[in-house]
Design a protein around this ligand. Sequence first.
Ligand code: SF4
Length: 172
Amino acid sequence: MLKLLIRALIKGPVTEAAPEKQDVKALADKIDGKTMAKLGRSLVVRAVDAGSCNGCELEIHALCNPLYDVERFGIHFAASPRHADLLLVTGPVARNMAEALRRTYDATPAPKFVVAMGDCAIDGGCFKGSYATLDGVDKVAPVDMRVPGCPPKPNDLLKALLALMEKTSNTA
Ligand code: SF4
């Protein structure tokens, strides 16, 4: 214990530096503008854990912490897919989650978007090839945007949401 305390005092915290608040605000402001134009008021996200290790969920939670606080920019998380514009799916899609994900997708009203967050959701990631998974969200629902990383950082997620909104407003 003493060793740990001394090491902590010498080395300092092992966490990464926080992103610049202005960068976060600029990204979120842009998303807000795009979603206002595309969806009317705000972007409502339903997070779906399809077998994740929870690492990706921790980064999603970070979006709501005091540093990011994305709700102030019109990005909200909903408990029901029926209120959602976007499904944010994590995990490699465990076989026992496939039907739940399919039903969640069907229950989401159009226009709807699907974002595969993290390497697992893209192609199975470190669980790829397991008998217990389907190796990616696209085996169950069409994917509009992929955010690589294990796990992706909150800023990566904001950039992906912005890219998705820009892509869809260009094709609308
Ligand atoms: S991508 Fe990494 S952090 Fe996200 S669910 Fe898979 S193993 Fe966990």
